[in-house]
Design a protein around this ligand. Structure first.
Ligand code: URA
Ligand code: SF4
Length: 211
């Protein structure tokens, strides 16, 4: 996707006005439930035709730490929950390694429906779906966002990124919170040499949360 069109869809993405907040008008948990109802009716891209379940995201609506992945995979599609397959198990273990339980954080994806055979998200799908993630972030207002993989990093930084050069940096986002970019747990499962680097990134997450 070109830079010009990215800027256009990012500003377009702010136009989802059905859900009120973030101005303390409604409780965060309630606002997320309302947004979920909208997502569960969504037919904005082709992916709704092939998914089994929408995967809205889950966790603590008041979380200080929010993870953003790419899109549901097979297990997630089957259960309607994010990160419940092998990559999810690794994410849970990484969280536990820094003293956190899954229930304490919030976990969502750029896409809410599974791409067939887990192919990469397409630009038009990211464009259609990311306003939901945008709204989730605005409702939750986490202190720290963590992008898992390049599609999440692309959306949260607003530009294409090279993960090896973006990790171990604490960014400031357009939402006013901090952002750390790391490899997707599925990439670590494919290439265990990345494990050390991801562990370092989780130590950085812990450090930022303790600040
Ligand atoms: N990979 C993702 O990016 N998200 C999930 O929810 C599961 C696997
Ligand atoms: Fe709607 Fe997102 Fe599912 Fe596409 S992927 S149908 S935009 S919820």
């Amino acid at each position: 996707m070109k830079r010009g069109s990215l800027a256009a869809w990012l500003s377009e993405s702010l136009g989802l006005e059905e859900v009120i907040l973030p101005n303390g008008v409604k409780d965060k948990a309630e606002a997320l439930e309302e947004l979920k109802k909208i997502v569960f009716k969504c037919q904005k891209c082709e992916l709704h035709k092939t998914r089994r379940n929408y995967v809205f995201g889950e966790g603590n609506p008041y979380a200080e730490l929010m993870f953003v992945g790419e899109a549901p995979g097979g297990e997630e599609d089957k259960h309607g929950r994010p990160f419940v397959g092998r990559a999810g198990k690794l994410l849970t273990e990484l969280l536990q390694s820094i003293g956190l339980e899954r229930e304490e954080v919030y976990i969502a994806n750029v896409l809410k429906c599974r791409p067939p055979r887990n192919r990469d998200p397409r630009p038009e799908e990211i464009k259609a779906c990311s306003p939901y993630l945008d709204r989730q972030i605005k409702i939750i207002q986490p202190r720290l966002l963590v992008a898992l993989g390049r599609f999440a990093a692309f959306f949260l930084l607003g530009r294409p990124v090279t993960l090896s050069r973006s990790r171990s940096i604490v960014y400031e986002t357009r939402y006013g919170n901090k952002l750390i970019v790391t490899y997707h747990p599925a990439a670590v499962l494919r290439d265990p040499r990345k494990m050390d680097l991801v562990q370092q990134d989780f130590e950085l997450i812990k450090k930022v949360l303790e600040e």
